[in-house]
Design a protein around this ligand. Structure first.
Ligand SMILES: [Mg+2]
Length: 404
């Protein structure tokens, strides 16, 4: 059961959030996890600011996989798109960011990669990875958190402020008999019985990236989720440990002709096992696109960029993405979001638009998406102050629904 209702919480609909929270409280023993108080205050301030008139800028959020790259290959249209933006000096006039459901690296490293791929300067403040919004969960900064996924997770979590983190290897060392599917491990245990290295009880679990060794992760996470207060080997009839997933994508597009399973597929496995074992729904919080916490975070940074560029703030944003379920759905759920769907990723090339999550615009690739934004920019939309006039202008243009 999804606990996080970031969209409801951060769109100002606190009544819906409270109702959901009450339902959740009645079913489980843990509370839904909203970002910390500082993040909630910042979101409220931004919402209030966005209601004020002024010279506001449009912004662009670029998805990465399936839009700028396929696997390790940078798409030519992506390089061309950023060359066009550079030549028009729009990179200096339009706030833009990269928002991906990928992760497992630092924002600084991804910014460096993007800069090399696209031949434009990219700052780490322009990068929102799937796990970046964890920065807002300051209530866990001093609690023991188990990190699941690939990459330098402890380093990433420390950069966000989390002081006490564990990984899968720490859990294996503390509980050597817990993960023994692997026959080699069983043999090692027999020949060299290890001495357990104790760890403190786990107080929260963050799935920060696609895990490897799913059988090990599933076993360890289930042991914790059914435990009494985060100690594997104990048992309770309620779930005590909150779990946050950073990426809900069931599929993602790499170089293989068919999409690959993503972190969303792993979550489904965990949910199924938990339900089969306990008869209860797993209670979890979800970050990443299309969820509101991630868009709140990205919009906050876009707004700050707009102000640095001399605008009064952000008027609306284009989300350029290949995934209707995450990119388009997320943008469409925001009052000031405009979705631009490209055909270089998971979206079926045989459809005019996605039937479940139709985008405001469908274009072949990111270069055309940037041209679309430039046309709108040339129409002078950015001079309109986020007013009804701007909205009417945009809606009229959007009625074509598809620009090919
Ligand atoms: Mg994508």
């Amino acid at each position: 059961m999804l606990l996080s209702a970031g969209i409801a919480l951060n769109r100002g609909n606190r009544r819906a959030w409270t109702t959901l929270a009450r339902k959740v409280h009645s079913k489980g023993s843990i509370s839904p996890i909203a970002p910390g108080a500082a993040a909630a205050a910042a979101a409220a301030a931004l919402q209030q600011q966005q209601q004020q008139q002024g010279n506001r800028a449009p912004g662009i959020l670029f998805d990465i996989d399936g839009v700028l790259i396929r696997g390790n290959t940078v798409l030519n249209e992506a390089k061309e798109a950023f060359q066009m933006l550079s030549k028009r000096h729009l990179l200096k006039n339009i706030p833009y960011m990269f928002v991906t459901n990928g992760g497992g690296t630092t924002e600084a490293h991804k910014a460096h990669q993007l800069s090399k791929w696209l031949h434009v300067p990219v700052s780490e403040k322009q990068v929102v990875l799937s796990h970046t919004p964890l920065r807002m969960y300051e209530q866990y900064f001093n609690k023991t958190v188990l990190l699941i996924g690939q990459g330098p997770l402890k380093e990433i979590a420390a950069s966000y402020g989390f002081q006490k983190t564990l990984d899968l290897d720490d859990m294996r060392k503390a509980f050597p008999l817990m993960d023994i599917v692997n026959m080699k491990v069983r043999k090692q245990l027999k020949s060299h019985p290890p001495t357990p290295i104790p760890v403190p009880p786990v107080e929260a679990i963050f799935v920060m990236h696609d895990p490897l060794e799913w059988e090990s992760c599933l076993q360890v996470l289930i042991d914790l989720l059914i435990s009494k207060d985060g100690v594997p080997g104990t048992l309770d009839s309620k779930q005590h440990i909150p779990i946050i997933f950073s990426n809900a994508d069931f599929l993602w597009m790499a170089e293989h002709p068919q999409p690959r399973f993503g972190q969303g597929a792993f979550r489904l496995c965990l949910e199924a096992l938990y339900k089969e074992l306990t008869g209860r729904d797993l209670l979890y919080t979800q970050l990443g696109k299309p969820f509101g916490v991630t868009y709140d975070y990205a919009e906050k940074l876009l707004n700050e960029q707009a102000q640095k560029l001399g605008y009064d703030g952000l008027s609306y944003f284009y989300m350029v993405g290949d995934n209707p379920r995450s990119d388009v759905r997320g943008a469409n759920s925001r009052q000031n979001g405009r979705s631009v769907l490209v055909r270089t990723g998971v979206f079926s090339p045989h459809l005019d638009n996605d039937p479940s999550d139709p985008a405001h615009f469908v274009v072949p690739h990111v270069r055309d998406a940037v041209q679309l934004v430039m046309r709108h920019f040339d129409d002078g939309l950015h001079h309109h102050g986020g007013s009804d006039e701007l909205h009417a202008h945009f809606v009229q243009k959007s009625r074509t629904r598809s620009e090919k």
